[in-house]
Design a protein around this ligand. Structure first.
Ligand SMILES: NC(=O)c1ccc[n+]([C@@H]2O[C@H](COP(=O)([O-])OP(=O)(O)OC[C@H]3O[C@@H](n4cnc5c(N)ncnc54)[C@H](O)[C@@H]3O)[C@@H](O)[C@H]2O)c1
Length: 281
Protein backbone atom coordinates (compact mmCIF):
# COMPACT_ATOMS: atom_id res chain seq x y z
CA UNK A 1 0.00 0.00 0.00
CA UNK A 2 1.35 3.42 -0.91
CA UNK A 3 1.09 6.04 1.81
CA UNK A 4 -0.17 9.23 0.27
CA UNK A 5 -0.85 12.45 2.10
CA UNK A 6 -4.14 13.72 0.78
CA UNK A 7 -4.81 17.41 1.62
CA UNK A 8 -7.38 16.47 4.29
CA UNK A 9 -5.52 13.50 5.72
CA UNK A 10 -6.65 14.44 9.24
CA UNK A 11 -10.29 15.02 8.30
CA UNK A 12 -12.58 13.83 11.09
CA UNK A 13 -9.70 13.45 13.57
CA UNK A 14 -9.49 15.31 16.87
CA UNK A 15 -6.12 16.53 18.14
CA UNK A 16 -5.18 18.01 21.52
CA UNK A 17 -2.22 20.40 21.52
CA UNK A 18 -1.00 21.80 24.84
CA UNK A 19 0.75 25.16 24.91
CA UNK A 20 -0.97 25.99 21.63
CA UNK A 21 -1.41 29.73 22.12
CA UNK A 22 1.94 30.82 20.70
CA UNK A 23 5.36 29.68 19.51
CA UNK A 24 5.83 26.13 18.30
CA UNK A 25 2.48 24.90 19.68
CA UNK A 26 0.53 27.46 17.68
CA UNK A 27 2.26 26.34 14.46
CA UNK A 28 1.34 22.74 15.32
CA UNK A 29 -2.28 23.83 15.83
CA UNK A 30 -2.25 25.62 12.45
CA UNK A 31 -0.67 22.67 10.68
CA UNK A 32 -3.06 20.08 12.10
CA UNK A 33 -6.11 22.27 11.44
CA UNK A 34 -5.01 23.01 7.88
CA UNK A 35 -4.93 19.25 7.20
CA UNK A 36 -8.46 18.77 8.47
CA UNK A 37 -8.16 17.99 12.19
CA UNK A 38 -10.45 19.51 14.77
CA UNK A 39 -7.95 20.92 17.25
CA UNK A 40 -8.25 21.52 20.97
CA UNK A 41 -5.88 24.36 21.79
CA UNK A 42 -4.98 24.19 25.47
CA UNK A 43 -3.00 26.90 27.21
CA UNK A 44 -2.40 28.68 30.49
CA UNK A 45 -2.76 32.07 28.83
CA UNK A 46 -6.47 32.51 28.08
CA UNK A 47 -6.16 35.81 26.17
CA UNK A 48 -3.42 34.53 23.87
CA UNK A 49 -5.24 31.23 23.38
CA UNK A 50 -8.51 32.88 22.28
CA UNK A 51 -6.65 35.35 20.03
CA UNK A 52 -4.70 32.49 18.43
CA UNK A 53 -7.86 30.44 17.86
CA UNK A 54 -9.68 33.39 16.30
CA UNK A 55 -6.77 33.98 13.91
CA UNK A 56 -6.53 30.32 12.87
CA UNK A 57 -8.83 28.92 10.17
CA UNK A 58 -10.44 25.59 10.97
CA UNK A 59 -12.34 23.85 13.72
CA UNK A 60 -10.55 25.02 16.90
CA UNK A 61 -11.70 24.82 20.49
CA UNK A 62 -9.90 26.58 23.34
CA UNK A 63 -9.49 24.96 26.75
CA UNK A 64 -7.56 26.97 29.32
CA UNK A 65 -5.86 26.05 32.56
CA UNK A 66 -2.55 25.54 34.30
CA UNK A 67 -1.58 21.96 33.49
CA UNK A 68 0.47 21.74 36.69
CA UNK A 69 -2.61 22.34 38.85
CA UNK A 70 -4.48 19.40 40.35
CA UNK A 71 -7.21 18.03 38.12
CA UNK A 72 -6.45 20.25 35.11
CA UNK A 73 -4.85 17.64 32.81
CA UNK A 74 -7.83 15.34 33.44
CA UNK A 75 -10.35 18.16 32.77
CA UNK A 76 -8.55 19.19 29.58
CA UNK A 77 -8.62 15.64 28.23
CA UNK A 78 -12.28 15.17 29.20
CA UNK A 79 -13.24 18.37 27.36
CA UNK A 80 -11.12 17.44 24.34
CA UNK A 81 -12.48 13.92 24.06
CA UNK A 82 -16.07 14.99 24.76
CA UNK A 83 -16.10 17.69 22.07
CA UNK A 84 -16.56 15.41 19.03
CA UNK A 85 -16.61 12.18 21.03
CA UNK A 86 -13.12 11.09 20.02
CA UNK A 87 -9.43 11.82 20.48
CA UNK A 88 -6.89 10.72 17.89
CA UNK A 89 -3.77 12.85 18.40
CA UNK A 90 -2.13 14.22 21.55
CA UNK A 91 0.77 16.68 21.39
CA UNK A 92 2.33 17.42 24.79
CA UNK A 93 4.04 20.72 24.03
CA UNK A 94 3.29 23.18 26.87
CA UNK A 95 6.35 24.35 28.74
CA UNK A 96 8.53 27.12 30.02
CA UNK A 97 11.97 27.52 31.54
CA UNK A 98 13.17 28.46 35.02
CA UNK A 99 16.93 28.38 34.67
CA UNK A 100 19.61 28.39 37.35
CA UNK A 101 22.85 26.61 38.14
CA UNK A 102 22.30 23.35 39.99
CA UNK A 103 24.32 24.30 43.06
CA UNK A 104 22.01 27.28 43.66
CA UNK A 105 18.74 25.64 42.63
CA UNK A 106 15.93 25.38 45.17
CA UNK A 107 13.55 22.45 45.51
CA UNK A 108 10.59 24.40 44.13
CA UNK A 109 12.59 25.46 41.06
CA UNK A 110 13.60 21.86 40.36
CA UNK A 111 10.14 20.44 40.99
CA UNK A 112 8.38 23.04 38.83
CA UNK A 113 10.17 21.81 35.70
CA UNK A 114 9.31 18.19 36.47
CA UNK A 115 5.69 19.24 37.01
CA UNK A 116 5.23 20.88 33.61
CA UNK A 117 7.56 18.82 31.41
CA UNK A 118 7.04 15.35 32.89
CA UNK A 119 4.15 15.04 35.36
CA UNK A 120 1.59 17.03 33.33
CA UNK A 121 2.25 15.11 30.08
CA UNK A 122 2.06 11.82 31.99
CA UNK A 123 -1.28 12.82 33.53
CA UNK A 124 -2.61 13.88 30.14
CA UNK A 125 -1.62 10.58 28.58
CA UNK A 126 -3.03 8.56 31.48
CA UNK A 127 -6.33 10.43 31.13
CA UNK A 128 -6.23 10.09 27.33
CA UNK A 129 -5.51 6.35 27.50
CA UNK A 130 -9.12 5.10 27.40
CA UNK A 131 -9.98 7.51 24.56
CA UNK A 132 -7.04 6.27 22.51
CA UNK A 133 -6.96 2.61 23.51
CA UNK A 134 -10.63 1.56 23.53
CA UNK A 135 -11.42 2.71 19.96
CA UNK A 136 -8.08 1.18 18.90
CA UNK A 137 -9.19 -2.18 20.34
CA UNK A 138 -12.48 -1.91 18.43
CA UNK A 139 -10.60 -1.12 15.21
CA UNK A 140 -8.31 -4.10 15.75
CA UNK A 141 -11.26 -6.41 16.46
CA UNK A 142 -12.87 -5.26 13.20
CA UNK A 143 -9.63 -5.92 11.30
CA UNK A 144 -8.96 -2.23 10.66
CA UNK A 145 -5.40 -0.89 11.03
CA UNK A 146 -5.86 2.71 12.20
CA UNK A 147 -2.95 4.70 13.60
CA UNK A 148 -3.35 7.15 16.46
CA UNK A 149 -0.55 9.53 17.43
CA UNK A 150 1.17 10.83 20.55
CA UNK A 151 4.01 13.34 20.28
CA UNK A 152 5.87 14.50 23.38
CA UNK A 153 8.10 17.56 23.22
CA UNK A 154 11.58 17.08 24.61
CA UNK A 155 14.73 19.11 24.08
CA UNK A 156 18.42 18.75 23.36
CA UNK A 157 18.78 19.78 27.02
CA UNK A 158 17.02 16.55 27.96
CA UNK A 159 19.03 14.27 25.72
CA UNK A 160 22.44 15.99 25.97
CA UNK A 161 22.34 18.31 29.01
CA UNK A 162 22.61 22.09 29.15
CA UNK A 163 24.29 24.26 31.80
CA UNK A 164 21.72 26.09 33.92
CA UNK A 165 18.96 23.61 33.17
CA UNK A 166 19.33 20.62 35.52
CA UNK A 167 15.61 20.95 36.31
CA UNK A 168 14.41 21.41 32.71
CA UNK A 169 16.81 18.73 31.43
CA UNK A 170 15.49 16.27 34.02
CA UNK A 171 11.90 16.87 32.91
CA UNK A 172 12.82 16.67 29.23
CA UNK A 173 14.84 13.47 29.79
CA UNK A 174 12.01 11.97 31.83
CA UNK A 175 9.49 12.46 29.07
CA UNK A 176 11.77 10.45 26.77
CA UNK A 177 11.46 7.52 29.20
CA UNK A 178 7.68 7.90 29.25
CA UNK A 179 7.66 8.03 25.43
CA UNK A 180 9.69 4.88 24.97
CA UNK A 181 7.70 2.99 27.61
CA UNK A 182 4.29 3.94 26.21
CA UNK A 183 5.56 3.05 22.75
CA UNK A 184 6.14 -0.47 24.06
CA UNK A 185 2.83 -0.58 25.96
CA UNK A 186 0.62 0.87 23.20
CA UNK A 187 2.35 -0.23 20.00
CA UNK A 188 0.17 -3.30 19.51
CA UNK A 189 -2.81 -0.93 19.43
CA UNK A 190 -1.20 1.10 16.62
CA UNK A 191 -0.84 4.14 18.87
CA UNK A 192 2.44 5.67 17.72
CA UNK A 193 4.27 7.33 20.62
CA UNK A 194 7.27 9.47 19.70
CA UNK A 195 9.13 12.54 20.95
CA UNK A 196 10.79 15.50 19.30
CA UNK A 197 13.91 17.04 20.82
CA UNK A 198 14.11 20.62 19.71
CA UNK A 199 17.35 22.53 19.58
CA UNK A 200 17.17 26.33 19.51
CA UNK A 201 13.93 27.61 18.03
CA UNK A 202 13.10 31.31 17.84
CA UNK A 203 10.31 31.80 20.34
CA UNK A 204 10.04 33.85 23.51
CA UNK A 205 11.85 31.03 25.36
CA UNK A 206 15.01 31.78 23.41
CA UNK A 207 14.55 35.45 22.54
CA UNK A 208 17.29 37.88 23.52
CA UNK A 209 17.20 38.16 27.31
CA UNK A 210 17.36 41.93 26.91
CA UNK A 211 13.76 41.78 25.60
CA UNK A 212 12.76 38.95 27.93
CA UNK A 213 9.11 38.13 28.43
CA UNK A 214 7.83 36.84 31.74
CA UNK A 215 5.64 33.80 32.32
CA UNK A 216 3.62 33.49 35.54
CA UNK A 217 2.90 29.96 36.74
CA UNK A 218 1.42 29.11 40.13
CA UNK A 219 1.84 32.70 41.27
CA UNK A 220 5.58 32.86 40.49
CA UNK A 221 7.01 34.99 37.64
CA UNK A 222 9.87 33.62 35.55
CA UNK A 223 11.96 35.60 33.08
CA UNK A 224 12.39 33.81 29.79
CA UNK A 225 15.09 34.38 27.15
CA UNK A 226 18.76 33.68 26.50
CA UNK A 227 21.70 36.12 26.95
CA UNK A 228 22.93 37.73 23.70
CA UNK A 229 26.38 36.12 23.96
CA UNK A 230 24.87 32.65 24.36
CA UNK A 231 22.57 33.22 21.37
CA UNK A 232 25.58 34.12 19.21
CA UNK A 233 27.65 31.21 20.49
CA UNK A 234 24.79 28.78 19.90
CA UNK A 235 24.11 30.01 16.36
CA UNK A 236 27.75 29.33 15.50
CA UNK A 237 27.39 25.73 16.70
CA UNK A 238 24.35 24.99 14.52
CA UNK A 239 25.42 23.53 11.16
CA UNK A 240 22.49 25.28 9.46
CA UNK A 241 23.84 28.51 11.00
CA UNK A 242 20.75 29.88 12.73
CA UNK A 243 17.92 29.16 15.14
CA UNK A 244 14.92 27.32 13.73
CA UNK A 245 11.60 28.99 13.11
CA UNK A 246 8.48 27.81 14.99
CA UNK A 247 7.11 26.58 11.63
CA UNK A 248 10.23 24.48 11.04
CA UNK A 249 9.99 23.05 14.55
CA UNK A 250 6.30 22.25 14.07
CA UNK A 251 7.23 20.36 10.89
CA UNK A 252 8.85 17.62 12.96
CA UNK A 253 5.70 17.26 15.07
CA UNK A 254 3.41 17.27 12.03
CA UNK A 255 5.48 14.50 10.42
CA UNK A 256 4.94 12.42 13.57
CA UNK A 257 1.18 13.11 13.36
CA UNK A 258 1.00 12.06 9.72
CA UNK A 259 0.66 8.67 7.98
CA UNK A 260 4.28 9.10 6.79
CA UNK A 261 5.38 8.23 10.33
CA UNK A 262 3.15 5.19 10.88
CA UNK A 263 6.19 2.90 11.17
CA UNK A 264 8.21 5.42 13.24
CA UNK A 265 7.66 4.40 16.85
CA UNK A 266 9.31 5.07 20.20
CA UNK A 267 11.79 7.49 18.63
CA UNK A 268 13.21 10.87 19.57
CA UNK A 269 13.43 13.04 16.47
CA UNK A 270 16.11 15.73 16.79
CA UNK A 271 14.87 18.97 15.21
CA UNK A 272 17.97 21.06 15.72
CA UNK A 273 19.40 22.30 12.42
CA UNK A 274 22.03 19.60 12.93
CA UNK A 275 23.19 20.91 16.32
CA UNK A 276 24.30 18.00 18.46
CA UNK A 277 26.42 19.70 21.10
CA UNK A 278 26.41 18.32 24.63
CA UNK A 279 27.04 15.00 26.31
CA UNK A 280 25.91 12.21 24.02
CA UNK A 281 25.94 8.53 24.89
N1 LIG B 1 12.06 27.36 21.78
C1 LIG B 1 13.03 26.46 21.90
O1 LIG B 1 14.17 26.70 21.50
C2 LIG B 1 12.75 25.11 22.51
C3 LIG B 1 13.81 24.20 22.56
C4 LIG B 1 13.59 22.94 23.08
C5 LIG B 1 12.33 22.59 23.55
N2 LIG B 1 11.33 23.52 23.52
C6 LIG B 1 10.03 23.12 24.06
O2 LIG B 1 9.03 23.37 23.09
C7 LIG B 1 7.78 23.61 23.76
C8 LIG B 1 7.15 24.88 23.22
O3 LIG B 1 8.00 25.97 23.58
P1 LIG B 1 7.99 27.38 22.82
O4 LIG B 1 9.40 27.70 22.56
O5 LIG B 1 7.03 27.36 21.71
O6 LIG B 1 7.53 28.32 24.03
P2 LIG B 1 6.37 29.46 24.11
O7 LIG B 1 6.59 30.14 25.41
O8 LIG B 1 6.38 30.26 22.88
O9 LIG B 1 5.02 28.60 24.15
C9 LIG B 1 4.76 27.72 25.22
C10 LIG B 1 3.28 27.79 25.59
O10 LIG B 1 3.06 26.89 26.70
C11 LIG B 1 2.15 27.51 27.60
N3 LIG B 1 2.34 26.99 28.96
C12 LIG B 1 3.43 27.13 29.76
N4 LIG B 1 3.20 26.61 30.96
C13 LIG B 1 1.94 26.11 30.93
C14 LIG B 1 1.13 25.45 31.90
N5 LIG B 1 1.57 25.25 33.15
N6 LIG B 1 -0.12 25.07 31.54
C15 LIG B 1 -0.59 25.30 30.28
N7 LIG B 1 0.14 25.94 29.32
C16 LIG B 1 1.38 26.34 29.66
C17 LIG B 1 2.51 28.99 27.53
O11 LIG B 1 1.44 29.82 27.99
C18 LIG B 1 2.84 29.19 26.06
O12 LIG B 1 1.72 29.65 25.31
C19 LIG B 1 8.11 23.62 25.26
O13 LIG B 1 7.84 22.35 25.82
C20 LIG B 1 9.59 23.90 25.28
O14 LIG B 1 10.21 23.45 26.46
C21 LIG B 1 11.51 24.76 22.99
Amino acid sequence: MTVTLEPGFLDGRVALVTGGARGIGLEVVRGLASHGASVVLCDLDADAAHAAAEATPGDIRVVTGDLTADGVPERVVAEAAGWHDRLDVVVNNAGYTWDGMAHKMGDRQFQAMLDIHLVAPFRILRAAAPHLREPAKRDAAAGREVFRKVVNVSSTSGVMGNPGQANYAAGKAGIVGVTKTLAREWGALRINVNAVAFGFVDTRLTSDAADAEVVVVDGAAHELGVPTAVREQVSASIPLGRFGTPEEAAGGVLFLCSPWSDFVHGQVLNVTGGQLTGMSS
